[in-house]
Design a protein around this ligand. Structure first.
Ligand code: PMP
Length: 452
C-alpha cells in the first residue's frame, strides 16, 4: 500500500518529536540519549515515519501486531463498541467480555476454561503466580535464565535477562535455572537429546535443593521470545510437565509473546503436546490495538477459588473496548486463515531463506524459529561464537546493521546480538521476501566485523 503523507502531517511530526523529547519518559532508556522514530501512519505490514518514508515492519512493534496494522474489522469493532458501550466495571457481566473469554477458552489447550483479564502481560504473570501460590500454599517460583516475563515487580524478578539486575531486591522467591539452549549450552551438550536430558536433570536437582515443598510454580515461556527464540525440545517440555506433576508444582506457560498465532499455532505450547496449569497471554490477543492480557486457568486451579474469594483484581479487567478488539481479532484470524499463513510463511519462506543466508554470511551464528517468530544470532567469530554485541549490551557493529536495515526500509526487532524476524502473521510471501532481501544486504555490514 502507498499513501500520501501531507506536508501538515510531517510538520506535526516535528512538533511530536520535540514534545516527546521534552515530556515523554521512555521505558528502559537513558532519557537524554534517546532518538525515537516518530510514526505517523501504519497499514498492514508497513509503517510511515516522521519524514514520510515507508518501512516494512518486521518488528510487529513489540512483537504484537499479529494481524498487521489497522485491520479494518478490528478498527470497526472498536468504533462500534465505543459508540455502544465504552466501559463496564469488572464486577458486572458484559457481552464483549463474555464472548472474548469464550473465544480464548475455546482455543487454549486442555481444561484452561476460565479467563482472568489483565491490562497486559506482566500483570498476567503476576496473577498467574499469585494463583499458583494460593493454590499450593508455597511461595518460590522457578524460571529460566534467558527469559522475559514483564516489567512489574514479581514479573521482573522472574525475568532472566539483565533488566532484572537493578530491580532485584532479593526477597521475591524467584529462583533461576538454565533451560535448554544447544547453541550456547550451559551443559556442554553436543546434541539436542543430550541438552534436553541434562537440562531436565539440572532442573530436577534445582527443585530438590530448593525443596519441592517450597515451590509453587515453574514459569516458562513456551518458546522464549525476547531472550532469543530458543525452541525447547519436545522431550524437555514434557519432562517439565512430568516433574511438576511429581512434585505438586504448577506449570505456568507464558504465552504473552508466542501466543495467538505467532508460531503458526494458536499457542506455542501446542508444539509440545503439553497442557499447563495456567497460561498467560497478552499482545496478539488484540494485536495491541487496545491493551489486554490475561490468565487462562485450569479447572484444578479454578476450583481453589470456587468458594474462596480470589484476592486480586484490576479496575479495567476485561475492559469492553479491549474485549471487543479481542473478539474481532480472533474472528478475523480464524476467518482469514492467519495462523495458517504464519505457519506457511515460516516453513516455506522465512526458514529456508534464513538457512540459505547462514551459508553465505559468516556473521550468522545460528537461525532459529517457527511461524513468524525467528531469531538470527550474529557473531564476531563463527568458531568461538563470540556475540556481535555482549549479553545485556549493544555494540557499534550491531548498531551499524540496524541502521543499514532502516536505511534500506526495514524495521526489525533487535536484542543484544540478535535480529528477530517477527513480522505480522498476515505478512504476504512477497513482503516477507522483500524484507529478507533487505536483511540479506544489511548483513554484509555485519560480515565486515567478522574476524579473519
Ligand atoms: N511475558 C513475555 C513472554 C513477554 O514477551 C512480555 C513482553 N514482551 C511480557 C511477559 C510482559 O508483557 P507486558 O509488557 O504487556 O507487560
Amino acid at each position: 500500500p502507498q499513501r500520501d503523507i501531507g506536508a501538515d502531517v510531517l510538520e506535526d511530526a516535528r512538533t511530536t518529536y520535540e514534545l516527546d523529547r521534552r515530556h515523554v519518559f521512555h521505558s528502559w532508556s537513558a532519557q537524554a540519549e534517546l532518538d525515537p522514530m516518530t510514526i505517523v501512519g501504519a497499514e498492514g505490514s508497513y509503517i510511515w515515519d516522521g519524514t514520510g518514508r515507508r518501512l516494512l515492519d518486521f518488528s510487529s512493534q513489540l512483537v504484537y501486531t499479529n494481524i498487521g496494522h489497522q485491520h479494518p474489522a478490528v478498527v470497526e469493532a472498536i468504533q462500534r463498541q465505543a459508540a455502544d458501550l465504552c466501559t463496564v466495571a469488572p464486577q458486572h457481566a458484559n457481552a464483549a467480555r463474555s464472548r472474548a473469554a469464550q473465544l480464548i477458552a475455546e482455543r487454549t489447550p486442555g481444561d484452561l476454561d476460565q479467563i482472568f483479564f489483565t491490562n497486559g502481560g506482566a500483570d498476567a504473570v503476576e496473577h498467574a503466580v499469585r494463583m499458583a501460590r494460593l493454590h499450593t500454599g508455597r511461595y518460590k517460583v522457578l524460571s529460566r535464565y534467558r527469559s522475559y516475563h514483564g516489567g512489574t515487580d514479581t514479573a521482573i524478578n522472574l525475568t532472566g535477562d539483565p533488566r532484572r539486575w537493578p530491580n532485584d531486591y532479593g526477597s521475591s522467591g524467584a529462583v533461576h535455572f538454565f533451560g535448554p539452549f544447544l547453541y550456547r549450552s550451559a551443559f556442554h551438550s553436543t546434541s539436542e537429546e543430550e541438552e534436553s536430558a541434562r537440562a531436565l536433570e539440572h532442573l530436577e536437582q534445582t527443585v530438590r535443593l530448593e525443596g519441592p515443598e517450597t515451590i509453587a510454580a515453574i514459569v516458562l515461556e513456551s518458546i522464549p521470545g525476547t531472550a532469543g527464540i530458543m525452541i525447547p525440545p519436545v522431550s524437555y517440555m514434557q519432562g517439565v510437565r512430568e516433574l511438576c506433576d511429581r512434585h505438586g508444582i504448577m506449570f505456568i506457560a507464558d504465552e504473552v509473546m508466542a501466543g495467538f498465532g505467532r508460531t503458526g499455532r494458536w499457542f506455542a505450547i501446542e508444539h509440545f503436546d503439553v497442557v499447563p496449569d495456567l497460561l498467560t497471554f497478552a499482545k496478539g490477543v488484540t494485536s495491541g490495538y487496545v491493551p489486554l492480557g490475561g490468565v487462562a486457568i485450569s479447572r484444578r486451579i479454578g476450583e481453589t477459588f470456587d468458594h474462596r474469594p480470589y484476592p486480586g483484581g484490576l479496575t479495567y479487567s476485561g475492559h469492553p473496548l479491549a474485549a471487543a478488539a479481542a473478539v474481532a481479532t480472533i474472528e478475523a484470524m480464524e476467518a482469514e486463515g492467519i495462523v495458517e499463513n504464519a505457519r506457511r510463511i515460516g516453513e516455506e519462506v522465512i526458514g529456508p531463506r534464513l538457512r540459505e543466508m547462514q551459508q553465505r554470511h559468516p556473521s550468522i551464528g545460528e537461525v532459529r524459529g517457527a511461524g513468524v517468530f525467528w531469531a538470527v544470532e550474529l557473531v564476531k567469530d563463527p568458531v568461538t561464537r563470540e556475540p556481535l554485541a555482549p549479553y545485556g549490551g549493544s555494540s557499534p557493529d550491531m548498531a551499524a546493521v540496524l541502521a543499514e536495515c532502516k536505511a534500506l526500509g526495514l524495521l526489525p526487532f533487535a536484542n543484544f546480538n540478535r535480529i528477530h524476524v517477527v513480522p505480522p502473521c498476515t505478512i504476504t510471501e512477497a513482503e516477507a521476501r522483500a524484507g529478507l532481501d533487505i536483511l540479506d544486504r544489511a548483513l554484509e555490514t555485519a560480515d565486515a566485523a567478522v574476524a579473519g
